[in-house]
Design a protein around this ligand. Structure first.
Ligand SMILES: Cc1cc2nc3c(=O)[nH]c(=O)nc-3n(C[C@H](O)[C@H](O)[C@H](O)COP(=O)(O)OP(=O)(O)OC[C@H]3O[C@@H](n4cnc5c(N)ncnc54)[C@H](O)[C@@H]3O)c2cc1C
Length: 448
């Protein structure tokens, strides 16, 4: 498991966990706006005083009556947008408003696969920007997000996939994204527990991205929240946005369950509820919301140090640091908002993976959960202006937006601050009416 080690010393992870747990359990009080940096000395100091001296990771203030920018949704994309508004553009009079708890949406429910091996140029640009920001995220945020670039294999198990992934490998080499087409023997070498000679779907090769991998999802949300709070931004939890206030076609605020808040600009970053919020603002989005689910097995000894995606059979697999096999499948076949997903889909996912991973048949499954993902017709996201001046929307990441969080936040912040970003130009919500699709059905139709 040597490639699997976190890139940040363990003590930072320990400090982060202590800090985050404290914030999560107790809620967060207003405090200094400049947080202390985590360090080995702080660990030693706190060990001697029974960990009584840790600061809250982020403040939990009451909303002010007015902000320059309001971001709706404290998932990874909303928090990253706020972070880069402050870091790259000096805009810090910002509120991030969350109806539940931060990271409690898809950001805290996903299987954390990170890769950037997409086919189309605009996708490769934003996903590779994100992947490269993940490389230094722990250091940038002083928070261990446990980025683990252990490598991702996308298995080709039909001739159609062989052609598709070879084409993607060629496109990636033109885009400057480092991926390669590998043989079945190399797949077996990278992941020895795999049966590559299955009767229905033998492994015919794979698309390998050596610097893809995973990161700790909660830590990404917590790290951004801490950094935003430290810049003086307000992260307001348990507060639902119920309406958008406008005057002469321009936004001037939001109605919330904690009162009205005025703002000059509004970012809607609410994933599976994007079309619900858009309808409250009076416009429609081309989004379907469906449940996507995942499950984990009982923990076992280390047996797999890469991430594997098997798109033909709709399954993907990695091993967590605790030893659980983390398994994800496809989406439910009908629209819903249940955050659970149907039982037969779990059964189907595991059954179909067993041909390629026979050892799964001997494991007990521990728990299962779901999230509501926001899917577009071309399987690409929307980062866009809207019919209301000053309102911007970020959604449509569907089943694969965790990997995009830092790149999406970077680009969305630029769009909000300057009205334009080279990373978002192609992702307008109006592309569906103009026929300018960014077709990522091979890279993103099912998997992550
Ligand atoms: C089971 C599963 C597995 C996945 N696996 C992967 C993977 O391996 N790799 C990958 O890249 N992606 C994966 N994804 C997709 C990824 O999780 C999402 O694309 C990403 O987390 C979306 O982040 P977000 O910040 O846009 O949304 P969220 O994290 O969902 O945040 C949106 C927030 O908005 C809040 N909100 C909604 N409406 C309102 C309102 N009216 N007022 C205030 N707040 C509101 C919600 O409570 C929520 O917290 C997976 C998703 C699921 C469900």
């Amino acid at each position: 498991m040597s490639q699997n080690l976190p890139r940040v010393p363990l003590w930072v992870s320990f400090a982060s966990a202590c800090q985050a747990n404290k914030g999560a359990k107790t809620g967060c009080l207003a405090g200094d706006s400049t947080l202390k940096r985590y360090s080995a000395f702080a660990i030693a100091r706190e060990a001697f005083r029974q960990h009584q001296g840790w600061e809250r990771a982020w403040r939990s203030p009451a909303p002010k009556s007015s902000y320059d920018v309001v971001i709706v949704g404290a998932g990874g994309h909303g928090l990253a947008t706020a972070y880069y508004l402050g870091k790259n553009f000096g805009i810090t009079n910002v509120a991030i408003i969350e109806k539940g708890w931060l990271g409690g949406g898809n950001t805290g429910r996903n299987t954390t696969i990170i890769r950037s091996n997409y086919l189309q140029d605009p996708s490769a640009a934003i996903y590779e920007k994100a992947r490269s920001l993940y490389e230094t995220m722990s250091q940038d945020l002083n928070y261990n997000v446990m980025f683990s670039p252990r490598g991702v294999i996308m298995l080709a198990q039909t001739e159609h996939e062989v052609r598709g992934y070879k084409r993607t490998a060629h496109a990636n080499s033109l885009q400057g994204v480092s991926t390669e087409w590998i043989s079945p023997a190399r797949v077996k070498e990278l992941c020895p527990i795999m049966n590559i000679d299955g009767p229905r779907y033998p492994v015919l090769g794979g698309l390998w991205q050596a610097r893809g991998g995973s990161a700790r999802h909660d830590a990404v949300a917590w790290g951004y929240a801490r950094a935003c709070s430290d810049m003086g931004m307000d992260v307001i939890q348990q507060c639902e946005v119920t309406g958008v206030m406008t005057e002469a076609g321009k936004v001037n605020g939001v109605n919330t369950t904690k009162g009205d808040i005025s703002c000059n600009k509004l970012g809607m970053v609410v994933a599976g509820h994007a079309s619900v919020l858009a309808s409250k603002a009076g416009f429609r989005l081309p989004i379907e919301s469906v449940a996507l689910q995942a499950l984990v097995s009982e923990p076992i000894k280390p047996c797999m140090d890469v991430v594997v995606m098997a798109n033909t059979v709709h399954g993907y697999l990695s091993q967590s640091d605790k030893g659980e096999m983390v398994i994800g499948g496809g989406t439910d076949g009908y629209n819903n908002y249940t955050q659970r997903g149907s039982f037969h889909h779990v059964e189907e996912t595991v059954r179909s993976l067993i041909e390629t991973f026979p050892m799964l048949s001997r494991l007990k499954m521990l728990r299962q959960w779901g999230g509501i993902v926001d899917v577009t017709g071309d399987r690409s996201p929307i980062l866009s202006k809207t019919p209301i001046e000053g309102v911007f929307v970020n959604c449509g990441w569907g089943t694969g937006g965790f990997k995009a969080i830092p790149g999406s936040g970077w680009a969305m912040a630029e769009l909000i601050a300057k009205g334009q970003s080279p990373l978002t130009d192609e992702f307008s919500m109006y592309r569906f009416g103009e026929g300018k699709f960014i077709d990522e059905s091979v890279a993103a139709g099912v998997a992550h």
